[in-house]
Design a protein around this ligand. Structure first.
Ligand code: BDR
Ligand code: CA
Length: 315
């Protein structure tokens, strides 16, 4: 039986690719896709979720949730990596749906309808999950598992020297989720950055005759240019697509149980993920952290998943 999941995303090119893989994977039933502000502001994130679903047109459309502006001021964004529109400046037309419920409500309603059966796959800041948990304190016990892409274990950050982007954008939300009584797996930069995609990845994409090929060929090239310009790299990371693979093939990852927290107020360290590794540990163990990954298996699975999605989505 397919595993029920909600994808909470801030598209973002790597979010878009993760969605593309999830929507056509027979092992998953995507019950909802909820937008969150992150790579782009809330309105754009919502528009991008609609664009992605419209462009890919999966056989069964998931419920969609609207991102609300975060209450921590003007948040950081990652438009330099994902394009001004978050989708590689591809300029898709989209007929905006009005009256979408907020992401927080969509998540809460889905969990209440199917308590214990739904996993949350969080690929952006944890704003929506924290808001839903705040709204109803019983919700954390209704989640099967939270898998989130974010934080760093031993690696440096990518938005500050010590903070990963998703944690940095909304540290109080990240802290609330990390401290919540749910089963959680954190997929940090340490593992997502181990999987690199060189230019030949573009050649392996399905061609323009397929819906998936057309979509990915429009959004991915910008990220290669951005990585070269900002990091001097000839390859890219697709963090969120790697995190999704953990849900599909957990055996390709090594995880360790940890006692974790998120810095919310440090002058230099806001958004940093911290772990109590003392011999006489004082914090409670509260999540699993992925510390190693079979990067060859994961990158091959992503290429295979794209081909399978292209086949399933058709022309
Ligand atoms: C994370 O930040 C975003 O830019 C990506 O979409 C990913 O979720 C990586 O730090
Ligand atoms: Ca993301």
């Amino acid at each position: 039986m397919a595993r029920k999941v909600i994808l909470d995303v801030d598209p973002g090119v790597d979010d878009a690719l993760a969605l593309c893989l999830a929507l056509f994977d027979p092992r998953l039933e995507v019950v909802a896709v909820t937008a969150v502000a992150g790579n782009v502001p809330a309105d754009q994130a919502t528009r991008n979720v609609q664009t992605i679903i419209e462009q890919l047109d999966p056989p069964r459309w998931p419920r969609l949730g609207r991102a609300l502006p975060s209450d921590v001021g003007e948040p950081a964004n990652a438009r330099h990596i994902h394009g001004a529109d978050g989708l590689g400046n591809a300029r898709f037309d989209v007929a905006e749906l009005h009256h979408l419920h907020s992401s927080e409500k969509v998540i809460a309603d889905a969990l209440r309808t199917d308590p214990g059966d739904i996993s949350l796959i969080c690929l952006g800041p944890l704003t929506n999950i924290a808001a839903a948990f705040r709204r109803d304190p019983a919700l954390p016990s209704m989640v099967d598992r939270v898998v989130f892409m974010g934080g760093t274990y031993l690696a440096p950050g990518n938005i500050t020297p010590v903070a990963e982007f998703n944690m940095y954008v909304d540290p109080p939300a990240a802290r609330a989720v990390v401290q919540s009584r749910t089963t959680k797996t954190m997929i940090p930069l340490d593992v997502t950055s181990k999987v690199s995609f060189t230019y030949d990845f573009l050649d392996q994409l399905p061609d323009d005759t397929s819906r998936v090929g057309r979509f990915l060929r429009r959004i991915l090239p910008f990220v290669y240019r951005a990585y070269r310009q900002h990091y001097g790299l000839e390859s890219i990371h697709l963090h969120d697509a790697v995190a999704l693979q953990y849900v599909l093939e957990p055996d390709w990852f090594l995880t360790e149980e940890m006692a974790a927290d998120v810095e919310v107020a440090g002058e230099l360290t806001t958004g940093a993920t911290l772990f109590d590794r003392r011999v006489n540990r004082q914090w409670r163990l509260n999540l699993e952290v992925a510390t190693r990954v079979d990067n060859a298996a994961v990158s091959q699975a992503i290429v295979r998943g794209i081909r399978q999605a292209a086949h399933a989505a058709g022309a």
